[in-house]
Design a binder for this molecule. Structure first.
Ligand code: ATP
Length: 314
């Protein structure tokens, strides 16, 4: 089994209770561990895989809480860093009109320093870049670039999920797109939402978007489509793999559960290269990953809702 190194942010999500008002009216908040790459690391560990988290939290109690959550899920946190700057905090509420009200206090996640001493660990393993905050600048963005290069030198399998958040990028979609391109170019596997695939390609349909993104360099592309399942594209295949029917209550983290489950299955392969030429094996894996995404929607929260292998195979 290969190890999956998930690089990026780990932060506190303060979710307003009594949704239906904006943050100015919200009085009580629930503290939750958040951050897409960290969720993916948890998804892999919960299925029994080997995952390590590479990211930075503050030397405060919130940072300790976050690292404990990951450790309790079985994620290796030995490569996580701690900064004197406070742990990154996000506050979110859904107002009456359904609009998200979001306040983002960026702190320690941005401070991840590149550590060249860990690059030997990457050899023939999997590197997952779940970029949500990573391309916003600072040391983390620089570290991202170095780790991408290390992964390539170490014959790692590279996975990329841009995790576009309009809350973070506003209307600067052009910069976001430009910054994603090197990752798409070098990735064996890209996971996009439909919105991301269309945004990054500038195309109107998922088929055209994937064709364009393959041209950039992505070898396998999965485009998650919520309850419709996942569109899978390689140079020899374009197909939608349906999901299972569930009673969804909260879709937070479904995408992370999906890519986590897919990477977990890839980590079990004796030869990762073989996957790149086996569309049928890939479709079976996506079917299972869809199930992981679907199960995650049946409970509130991201990490607590991630399925174990027993739940997945039930
Ligand atoms: P995120 O919000 O974490 O970025 P995303 O938009 O990439 O996620 P989704 O498309 O919501 O992810 O979900 C990922 C996968 O989970 C889907 O491709 C699908 O297989 C499964 N899934 C999500 N929602 C449902 C649902 N309501 N019913 C069944 N399956 C679902």
């Amino acid at each position: 089994m290969t190890r999956v190194f998930c690089i990026g942010e780990l932060l506190i999500d303060f979710v307003a209770e009594n949704q239906g008002s904006n943050l100015s009216k919200a009085m009580n908040f629930t503290k939750k561990a958040g951050g897409a790459p960290a969720n993916v690391a948890c998804a892999i560990a919960k299925l029994g895989g080997k995952s390590s988290f590479i990211g930075c939290v503050g030397k405060d109690s919130f940072g300790s809480f976050l690292l404990d959550v990951l450790k309790n899920e079985g994620v290796d946190i030995s490569m996580a860093q701690r900064s004197n700057i406070f742990t990154t905090l996000a506050f979110v509420s859904i107002a009456e009109d359904g609009e998200r009200d979001f306040v983002f206090n960026r702190g320690a996640d941005e401070q991840l320093k590149y550590d060249s001493s860990i690059k030997t660990e990457f050899k023939k393993n999997i590197l997952h870049f779940g970029a949500a905050t990573a391309l916003l600048g600072g040391p983390l963005e620089k570290a991202y670039g170095h780790y991408l290069f290390d992964g390539l030198c170490n014959e790692s399998f590279i996975a990329f999920d841009p995790n576009f958040r309009s809350d973070l990028w506003g209307d600067d979609e052009a910069t976001f797109t430009k910054k994603c391109m090197p990752y798409i170019e070098k990735s064996h596997l890209c996971k996009f939402s439909l919105e991301e695939a269309l945004l990054l390609s500038g195309k109107d349909t998922v088929e055209e978007a994937c064709a364009f993104l393959h041209e950039i360099g992505a070898e396998i592309i999965t485009v998650t489509l919520g309850k419709e399942g996942t569109f899978v594209s390689t140079k020899t295949l374009q197909k939608t793999v349906p999901s299972i029917a569930v009673s969804a209550v909260d879709t937070t983290g479904a995408g992370d559960a999906f890519i986590g489950c897919l990477l977990y299955q890839i980590s079990l392969l004796p030869s990762i290269e073989a996957l790149l030429n086996d569309d049928q094996a890939l479709l079976k894996m996506v079917e299972k990953a869809n199930k992981a995404g679907a199960i995650t929607t049946t409970k509130f929260g991201a990490i607590v809702a991630l399925p174990s292998l027993t739940q997945l195979e039930a």
